[in-house]
Write a protein that binds this ligand. Structure first.
Ligand SMILES: CC(C)(COP(=O)(O)OP(=O)(O)OC[C@H]1O[C@@H](n2cnc3c(N)ncnc32)[C@H](O)[C@@H]1OP(=O)(O)O)[C@@H](O)C(=O)NCCC(=O)NCCS
Length: 184
C-alpha cells in the first residue's frame, strides 16, 4: 500500500511498459541518439508543424530550441526539442518519424535524462485534446495533467490558419492540455 498517489506512480512506472521498452530500444544496436542540428529541427518542423510552434506563452522557431534526434540504422526515427528556463524546461516538440515503434518514447526519455543531468527539475509541455497517441506516451512516462487551456487552438489557428478544426479521432481540435513531470 502507498501513502500517496505520487508514491504509487513511482512504483507503477517500474511495471509500465514505457520505460522498459524505451530502455530496451535505447540499448539496441543501430539505435543512436545525437544532438539535433538547427537544420534538422528546421526541416522536420517545416514538414510537420509549418515551421512554427505556437506554445502557451510564446512561439518557437528552430533557432530557439535544442533537441535530440534518435536514429535507427542511420535513419532519423524521432526528434524531441526543448527550451530551458532556469530549472524548468518546456518540451516544445516530439515527433516520431518512424511511428509506433517506441522511438518517440525513447527520444523523450533521453531528453529527460539529459535535462535531469543539467539540473532541470521540472519539465512541462502542452499537447492537444485530440492527441491520444501522445497523451498515452506522456502518461505512461509518469507525466501528469496539471491544466487545461480551453480554446487555445483558436489562438494557434489565428497564427496558423492551416490548423484544422477537426483533429485526430474525429475530435474537435480546441484545447491545450498542460502536462508536467518533476525530475528527481
Ligand atoms: C506522439 C508520438 C511522438 C508518439 O511516438 P511513437 O514512437 O509513435 O510512440 P511509441 O511507439 O513510443 O509509443 C506509443 C505507445 O502509445 C500507444 N498508443 C498509440 N496510439 C494510441 C492511442 N490512440 N490510444 C492509446 N494508446 C496509443 C501505443 O500502443 C504504444 O504503446 P505500447 O508501447 O504499449 O505499444 C507520435 O505519435 C507522433 O509523432 N505524433 C505526431 C506528432 C505529435 O503529435 N507529437 C506530440 C506533440 S505534443
Amino acid at each position: 500500500m502507498f501513502d500517496s498517489c505520487s508514491e504509487q506512480m513511482v512504483a507503477m512506472r517500474r511495471v509500465w511498459r514505457f520505460p522498459a521498452r524505451a530502455d530496451r530500444l535505447a540499448a539496441m544496436e543501430g539505435v543512436e541518439t545525437a544532438a539535433a542540428t538547427e537544420a534538422q529541427v528546421r526541416a522536420i518542423w517545416e514538414e510537420r508543424w509549418g515551421g512554427l510552434i505556437v506554445s502557451l506563452y510564446r512561439e518557437f522557431v528552430a533557432a530557439d530550441v535544442e533537441g535530440l534526434v534518435v536514429a535507427s540504422e542511420g535513419e532519423e526515427a524521432a526528434l524531441v526539442t526543448w527550451h530551458v528556463d532556469g530549472d524548468s524546461a518546456e518540451i516544445v516538440s516530439l515527433d516520431a518519424l518512424i511511428p509506433g515503434q517506441g522511438y518517440g518514447s525513447t527520444a523523450l526519455a533521453a531528453a529527460e535524462d539529459l535535462l535531469r543531468a543539467r539540473g532541470v527539475r521540472r519539465l512541462w509541455l502542452t499537447t492537444t485534446n485530440d492527441n491520444a497517441a501522445a497523451i498515452a506516451v506522456y502518461l505512461r512516462g509518469g507525466w501528469r495533467l496539471v491544466a487545461v487551456h480551453l480554446d487555445h487552438m483558436d489562438r494557434v489557428r489565428a497564427r496558423k490558419p492551416a490548423v484544422p478544426l477537426i483533429g485526430e479521432n474525429g475530435l474537435a481540435l480546441c484545447d491545450a492540455w498542460e502536462l508536467e513531470k518533476r525530475l528527481r
